[in-house]
Design a protein around this ligand. Structure first.
Ligand SMILES: C=C1C[C@]23C[C@@]1(O)CC[C@H]2[C@@]12CCC[C@@](C)(C(=O)O1)[C@H]2[C@@H]3C(=O)O
Ligand SMILES: O=C(O)CCC(=O)C(=O)O
Ligand SMILES: [Fe+2]
Length: 355
């Protein structure tokens, strides 16, 4: 079994599009057939009930010591996601990271392909891993960073890669602290204490946690109603912290409502519950289905910090949440094992672990 997240895909290489099938989306004036999704996206869009946008993903002030935690827990149970303000990550750092991502995606395609994600690797430039499940291509490009980006950054900017590495390191360090803080807000509400999670480490700060930083680019699209930025999926994480540039696109699915757009809120970050927290909480915090649409007005960027446990740890429903009336719903699984299963079963991964 792989011991690090970066090795997770050695045993589960993913289908890769041929090099000559890479298209420079920024230069296309028409939607090519390869990117035209068969289904009309309107079929999936928000139900008429949400035309006036009354269903709003909660925006929670993390400094609100009276109601903040209560709102987080309510949002986790009903939405599986929420936005946060006063999260402690400076606008300056977020801005620097977004500039670095814009700089990366603005490189010529041949240059980006020098850092292409290998078939059996976790990091580098390329389409989303879940692309292999769809007959059509998504209108997007991604760059995945697992651990240090130096090996890839050197290929992109042989003379000058340290600025990119410094900002990604700083961003990931800050995200890791925020993710640990969010974990405790969610877990304490379920009655879980530091003693209940050994792998949280002696200080309960989840020092051994692993993560990936996914930079996403969605260029303007000549025919957005027939294209898909990122198809519906849940994240294979404990939680994901997402920054979206000032352009809509992210949508969250809620039963009985449909797709709800998550508007960018200045300075806010979006938090998604992932499949591993779904398992750990024995279903109390369900992972959220989300997707990304594209538009013809403005190039959209996003940065997702995908946070998970140390790779050696088997995630299973916490024993404090399990009793005669609440039997464990899922069998234990490590993060790499889960990612390997996702590459095979995609939407059915979580249910394939049901006991
Ligand atoms: C840790 C990971 C989760 C992820 C696969 C990855 O190795 C790094 C990229 C992640 C991402 C981001 C976009 C959506 C997604 C489904 C994908 O194809 O790549 C997720 C993967 C996941 O959460 O399963
Ligand atoms: O671009 C977005 O808003 C969402 C990205 C996402 O879902 C992901 O990277 O997992
Ligand atoms: Fe996602």
């Amino acid at each position: 079994m792989p011991s690090r997240l970066s090795d997770s895909f050695v045993t589960h290489p993913v289908f890769q599009h041929n090099l000559n099938q890479y298209l420079d989306l920024n230069s296309l004036e028409e939607l090519p057939d390869s990117h035209a999704w068969i289904s009309d996206l309107d079929e999936y869009s928000s139900s008429p009930d949400d035309i006036h946008g009354q269903f709003k993903l909660p925006v929670i002030d993390l400094n609100d010591s009276i109601n903040g935690r209560k709102h987080v827990v309510h949002a986790c149970k009903t939405w599986g996601a929420f936005q946060i303000t006063n999260h402690g990550i400076s606008n300056q750092l977020i801005g620097k990271m977004e500039d670095a991502a814009r700089k990366l995606f603005s490189l010529p395609l041949e240059q980006k392909l020098k850092a292409e994600r290998p078939k059996d690797g976790a990091g580098g430039y390329g389409p989303f891993r879940i692309s292999s499940f769809f007959p059509k291509r998504m209108w997007s490009e991604g760059f995945t960073i697992v651990g240090s980006p130096v090996q890839h950054a050197r290929k992109l900017w042989p003379e000058d890669y340290s600025a990119f590495c410094d900002v990604t390191d700083e961003y990931q360090n800050e995200m890791k602290k925020l993710a640990g803080k969010l974990m405790w807000i969610m877990l304490e509400a379920l009655g879980i204490t530091k003693e209940d999670i050994k792998w949280a480490g002696p200080n309960g700060q989840f020092e051994g946690s692993e993560a990936a930083l996914q930079l996403n680019s969605y260029p303007v699209c000549p025919d957005p109603d027939r294209a898909m930025g990122l198809a519906d999926h849940t994240d294979s994480t404990l939680l994901t912290i997402l920054h979206q540039s000032n352009q809509t696109g992210l949508q969250i699915f809620r039963e009985e409502i449909g797709w709800v757009t998550v508007p960018p809120v200045e300075g806010a970050l979006v938090v998604n519950i992932g499949d591993l927290l779904h398992i750990l909480s024995n279903g109390s915090y369900p992972s959220v289905l989300h997707r990304v649409t594209v538009n013809r007005e403005q190039h959209r960027f996003s940065m997702a910090y995908l946070y998970g446990p140390p790779n050696s740890v088997e995630i299973s429903p916490l024993s404090k949440l399990v009793d005669l009336h609440h039997p464990p719903l899922y069998r234990p699984v490590t993060w790499s094992e889960y990612l390997g299963m996702k590459a095979k079963f995609f939407h059915n991964t979580l249910s394939s672990l049901r006991i």
